[in-house]
Design a protein around this ligand. Structure first.
Ligand SMILES: [Mg+2]
Length: 282
């Protein structure tokens, strides 16, 4: 088998009608912009074809993501950012969750995402009326263990009251690189913890429904934004960026600046390999 082909930016872009770019591990890390990120965005803007930054982040509104990238010197307009949090309104509307009592795990912008979707945000320790949904957006949970345990208790109480409890996970990422060989836990790991405990206490309890990469809701929204035609997705994680794009019928380029490193035999197999976002020329 030939395996994925090495490729170079910006030449690769010429083969595609639309381009999706992951944020963390491709355009930036926690320290700032990665080499070539600003030039890639400039090249995408100059092409005049559709493109979007696609991120599983549900802890920052699109404006906040764009402002953060701007501070790093990467000029991404907010209307070119698709976050997993922005998938919540469509999910809430499609699943009858508008007006439902929701516990939200994550910072202030996560709460704003759920409110924008029509959820009624309540504290998990508030037992005034049964909880109807739990939305795990982010690992920024303070105080961590008491909030998780209150959420678990509220979930058990809701199920015992006969509520059809919805568990929603915009960002299914499990880990993220903190730099210098250190790793952080992401919302997907928090949801797995709650789900494991909940199923131990109430077998048959629902499972979390994930919206972000590699799951279909994110790619449906991305396709809506970039339109028909050939789409290239550039990402750093095989199990999210690459797997999701391929499943959605898009080509996928793995860039070796973040989580995953390619070696033969791994799956899924990206279409292209990029050593880095080499400086793009207009
Ligand atoms: Mg990434």
């Amino acid at each position: 088998m030939p395996g994925p082909a090495p490729a170079q930016l910006p030449e690769l872009l010429d083969q595609y009608d639309g381009v999706l770019v992951d944020a963390y591990g491709v355009l930036c890390d926690s320290q700032g912009a990665l080499p070539g990120a600003a030039a890639l965005i400039e090249a995408l803007q100059l092409r005049g074809r559709p493109w979007a930054v696609v991120t599983n982040d549900a802890s920052r509104l699109a404006d906040t993501v764009a402002a953060r990238l701007e501070r790093f010197g990467v000029a991404v307009p907010a209307d070119h950012v698709i976050t997993s949090g922005s998938l919540l309104p469509a999910h809430f509307a499609a699943h009858g969750l508008v007006g439902r009592r929701c516990a939200v795990l994550g910072p202030a912008d996560s709460v704003r995402y759920v409110e924008a979707a029509g959820g009624v945000v309540v504290h998990p320790a508030d037992r005034g009326a049964p909880l109807e949904a739990i939305v795990v957006c982010d690992d920024a949970i303070d105080p961590f263990l008491p909030t998780i345990e209150a959420t678990l208790g509220a979930a058990v109480a809701a199920l015992d009251a006969g509520v059809e409890l919805a568990l929603v996970l915009p960002n299914p990422d499990l880990v993220y690189p903190r730099g210098a060989g250190e790793w952080g836990l992401t919302a997907g790991t928090i949801a797995a913890m709650i789900e494991t405990a909940l199923h131990r206490l109430r077998p048959g309890a629902p499972c979390f429904v994930a919206l972000g990469k590699p799951h279909a809701p994110m790619y449906a929204e991305a396709r809506r934004r970039v339109g028909p035609g050939r789409v290239l997705a550039i990402g750093d994680q095989l199990d999210t960026d690459i797997a999701g794009a391929l499943a959605a019928g898009m080509d996928a380029a793995l860039v070796a600046s973040g989580v995953s490193r390619w070696r033969p035999g791994l799956t899924p197999e990206p279409t292209w390999l990029l050593d880095a976002l080499t400086p793009a020329r207009p």
